[in-house]
Structures are given as C-alpha cells and as structure tokens.
Design a protein around this ligand. Sequence first.
Ligand SMILES: Nc1ncnc2c1ncn2[C@@H]1O[C@H](COP(=O)(O)OP(=O)(O)OP(=O)(O)O)[C@@H](O)[C@H]1O
Ligand SMILES: [Mg+2]
Length: 394
Amino acid sequence: MKSNPSIIIVGAEETEQTLLMDQIGDLVNLASSAADPTQAPELTRQHHPDLALLFLDHDPGKIFEACRDIARLNGCVPMIVSKNRDPQQILQAMKAGAKAFSYLEGESNEIRQTILDLSKQISVAAGKQGLQSKVVAVFSCKGGSGSTTIATNLASALHLHGKPSGKKTVLVDLNFQMGDVLAFLDITSRYTWRNLVDNMHRLDEVLLWDSLTRNAFGLHVISQSDVPEEADNLNAEGIERGIAFLRRYAGYVVIDGLRDFNEISLTALDRADKILLVVTPDIPALKNAKRCLTIFRQLGYDNDKMKLVLNRHERRARLDPDSIGDALEMPVSATVSNDYANVIQSINEGRLLLEIAPRAQVTRDIENLIGLFAEQIAEDEEKFRLSDLWRKRR
Ligand SMILES: Nc1ncnc2c1ncn2[C@@H]1O[C@H](COP(=O)(O)OP(=O)(O)OP(=O)(O)O)[C@@H](O)[C@H]1O
Ligand SMILES: [Mg+2]
C-alpha cells in the first residue's frame, strides 16, 4: 500500500518541476511528468495518480482544458499551480474543475500546505482508485482442477457477503477463446473485454456498472467468450489498463481463465494481490503445481501473495494436505471438499452452489476462501485511515 499520494506534474519546465519537488518531494510520489499539457489525460489514464499538479503559466488555455479532462476522469484530483497571482485565473481554474489553486514561489510553503489541506479529497479519490480493492487471481496448475468452479462461487460469495466499504465485486474471465464463466453463470455477455478496453476513457463509475453484464444476483462479469473473434488484437497492455480501471471502482476483482504463462496471464498475475493456486490431490496436478511455484518464485512472488488451495479434497485421501504441502514446500492454505454431485449439477444448470446446495461443505469451503485475503483488506483500510490522519496533523 502506498502511504503518500502519487502525483503527475504537467506543463512545468524542468526548473519549475525541481522547485515543486523541493517543496513537496517528501509528501508525494512523482509517478510521471510532461511539459506538454495535451499529454495530461493520457498520463492520468496510464498512471492513475491521486493528484495532478498542472502548471498554468506557459499555456493557460491548454492547462484549463487538461484540467477539465482530468476532472471528468474521476479518481484524480486536479490542482493548478502558477507563479502569477491573478484572481481571474483562480476563478477560471475553479470553473475548469480544479480542486485547488496554489502559487509557486521560491521560499513559500503554500503548495505544501494546499496539498495537506487537500488530503481528504485525495484520500476519497484514492479510495476510488483502488487502495482498498483487492485483485484475486484463481490459477489452475492443470486444466480441469476447478478454477472456474472456485472463481465463480467465490466471486458470488464476495458479492453477497464481503463487500468492503459497500464496493462491488467483478468477476473477470481472461480466457478469451474458451472461457466458461458465462456458461457457469448461465448468462450471455452484454459488454466484453473489447468494449471495456475501447471505451475506458469514456466510462465513469456509474456507466461502468450499468454497462457490465450481471448475473441473476447482480454479480458483475466481464468476459469475451461470446464474441471471441473480437479479442484477436487484445494485448497485455490493454488488459493491464482494464484491470487497473476495474480495481479503481470495485472492492474485489476476481480473475479466472488464466492459461499457462502467456503475456496476458503474466500481466494479470503480476497485478494480483493474491493468487489462489488450485491443485487437486493427484500426482500430475502436483507435478504441475511444483513447476508453477518455481516460475512464480522466479517472478518474485512471495508466500504471502500465493495461497495453495487444495480442491476436491477428501478426508481419507492418501494425498493429504500435509504431505501435499511438504511436497510443494508450501503449506495448503485451504481445502475445498470433493462433491461431484453438487458441483456438476451447479455447472450443468448454470446456477451457483449456494443456490443448489447452500449448506453443503463444498459451498462453505469456497465461501471460507474469503478469509485468505479479507483480513488484509481490513488491515489496509486501517492503515489507510491512519495515514490519512497523519497527513492532516502535519
Ligand atoms: N470441489 C469439486 N468437487 C467435485 N468436482 C469438482 C470440484 N471442483 C471442480 N469439479 C469438477 O471438475 C471439473 C472441472 O472444473 P472447472 O471447470 O471448474 O475447472 P477449471 O480449472 O476451470 O477447468 P478448465 O481448465 O477447463 O478451465 C468440473 O466438471 C467439475 O465438476
Ligand atoms: Mg475454467
């Protein structure tokens, strides 16, 4: 979690940027900068900063335009900075949607004070940008291990019980050609990955939730598999932006459909806060899991990010959680019971396990997976509030 707000600086020359950073460098993280004001919206979309510092003096017309664009994007607080004390400009800045106006002067600490005063608005916007969100990737080490069963039922459980701060859950299927999240939920796609990636710059929070496909319980889903041919030129960069966009507004983003280690899977895995690594208690699955874990460790993922979930678990099975944990040198964090009758019925009827077997152990096991990452959310929310208070007191 970042403790300082991230910023972009737009429209300033090098000396002005240095002066700015001398005054506020310890309060913020500089994500990026550009002298050309027309780059401001693109920088905001790319870096999702908490605050955009817009230096007015070289091209006021374009800076006001950039300010209007950023204000529309939602989630980033635009602030105008100038060396010129002209009250008329303040008025124009406010009309353009700036949340603050401050003077840049050699020894003054005015900008510093303005940023501290803005901390409330920054924190609200930053909350929207996903400080409190969690991206959870469900990854099958071997095809057919139960990733889609777990992802769909876990996302539904989160949607119904676990919303942090009243935020929504979105279930994401990244298997563009053969994904089966839609079939598992018995829905057809209204809004695809292609639609999201192409229209992100136009969407605000309300439009996003209105556009996405929903199941009967109101769980939001984004998939491509109804129109796979449109996905042909979807690339990792688009998916990365898509995930960043979703996490801005959702409490949880649950990802299914990760196949092997292609570029898109790797992007999603990198962006995930938690990876639920699904294994079944059989030797081929364990061999694959061993390989996956080696790759994950090479990618720098630590044991806190990866959680081993043993699916199709049976109490008396010879391959028990302890021996699986020993073999994989990673403890089994949770088990999901083997219950073929209920699981296959739920898949074939396109209904959730909690609809057809609310009291079954398998249903409760999947619901309990929330505990693997929900605690972290509470902790992050607490840290977030503390850092907010700390900012206000300085
Ligand atoms: N806990 C379980 N108990 C019994 N059967 C299960 C369980 N979980 C999954 N299955 C069965 O395993 C099969 C594969 O499940 P699922 O489609 O969820 O796996 P997957 O990892 O998403 O597969 P794919 O590689 O095709 O994406 C299904 O037919 C389902 O019935
Ligand atoms: Mg699947």
